[in-house]
Design a protein around this ligand. Structure first.
Ligand code: M6R
Length: 366
């Protein structure tokens, strides 16, 4: 049932070209420049007209929400707030009529997310769900939504669910932007075409698995890790750090790279591995200077770079290349090497990768 892989997690990492494609199937027609999300049809006007979106989720689903915040604001120009469901539900959140709440959950059974939905509903919000399990409690509690079609995710560490969530949330943002008229026809078509190219690009990163394993070997006994990214790669840094801590039990922290100078830079020395997502996009120059700050303090840098970048390899200790991707879609590809790195380190440390200690696949307790 693991399809020849040693663990479900590795199988699920390698399934991503397919699960991303499945999450777009029947929804995206790049040739004709069209798309539709059946589960949103009756609510698309409401989404496009909303003055505020609140996204709720936990763990990896919350990270997908942070990615969606950038995409919704950039394309649809709707202000977005992303909240941990567990915090949202214990405050007295301000929800107005017309507000949209998007609940993200792989399992559809997370207790905090479900309770947050009920609270938002009681205050008059319209609830959209992004779930992977059809008929789950959260899917049933929402007014509308779009399923991710990642297929069953068994490994406790979420991998293919994350990329499926980001895919579906991107489609929601594109649909809202199109309806609102905040996206040009050419960018809309370009992003649909770019989306269709993602599975092949993910496949290409997976082919670098052996190189990633060699890097993992070198850092197997590190005690701490820092992950840095800017813009859309900031939530990817958080996600990379979460993967590493939950399955290898190594302490890891993700930061927006520019925050380093406000404290975490004090941690950098020759024993501190720093994973930097430094793809060629609008914040490239800035992240290069962040890397220089880490190198000046003898930190060891593993950089995720864009194919063909000839500058960074001379600056850092290790590079892992990913294909060029449109900036809006970069998390779908830049997260893949981080999933593999965490997996390899955990395996080398002899951890129970699919069922890490103290964790359950769905957290149905408060
Ligand atoms: O099923 P959900 O998406 O609601 O689960 C949310 C979190 O419990 C989950 O993402 C958790 O953080 C994972 N173990 C992360 O890999």
């Amino acid at each position: 049932e693991k399809g020849g892989f040693d663990h479900f997690m590795l199988k699920e990492i390698f399934e991503q070209p397919r699960s991303i494609a499945d999450s777009m199937r029947g929804r995206v027609q790049a040739d004709s420049g069209t798309m539709q999300l059946g589960g949103l049809r009756d609510y698309l006007d409401k989404l496009a007209a909303s003055e505020r979106i609140v996204i709720i989720g936990c763990g990896t689903s919350w990270h997908a929400g942070l990615v969606a915040e950038y995409i919704f604001e950039e394309l649809a120009r709707i202000p977005v707030e992303v909240e941990y469901a567990s915090e949202f539900r214990y405050r007295n959140p301000i929800i107005k009529e017309g507000d949209i709440v998007i609940a993200i959950s792989q399992s559809g059974e997370t207790a905090d997310t479900l309770a947050a939905i009920e609270l938002a509903k009681s205050k008059g919000a319209t609830i959209f769900g992004v779930c992977n399990v059809v008929g789950s409690s959260i899917a049933r509690a929402t007014d509308a939504g779009a399923y991710t079609h990642a297929g069953p995710e068994i490994g406790v560490a979420s991998t293919k669910a994350f990329t499926a969530q980001v895919t579906v949330l991107t489609l929601m943002a594109l649909a809202a932007a199109k309806r609102k008229g905040t996206i040009s026809e050419s960018l809309f078509r370009l992003l649909l075409a770019e989306l269709e190219s993602i599975p092949a690009k993910v496949e290409k990163v997976l082919q670098a698995a052996d190189k990633i394993k060699e890097i993992a070997y070198i850092f197997t006994y590190a005690r701490n890790f820092i992950y840095l990214g800017r813009g859309l790669n900031f939530p990817v840094a958080l996600e990379g750090a979460l993967k590493l801590k939950e399955i290898s039990y190594i302490h890891a922290e993700g930061y927006p790279a520019a925050e380093m100078k406000h404290g975490p830079i004090a941690l950098i020395d020759e024993d501190m591995p720093v994973v930097v997502i430094a793809t060629k996009d609008s914040s490239y120059e800035k992240i290069v200077s962040n890397i220089q700050e880490v190198k000046a303090r003898k930190g060891r840098v593993i950089a995720i770079t864009t194919e063909g970048d000839t500058h960074l390899p001379s600056l850092v200790d290790f590079t892992i290349e990913i294909p060029k991707v449109h900036e809006v879609l970069v998390p779908l590809v830049s997260v893949i090497p981080l999933q593999l790195l965490a997996y390899d380190i955990a395996v080398m440390r002899g951890r129970n990768v699919d069922q890490p200690r103290n964790l359950a696949k769905s957290v149905t307790v408060e």
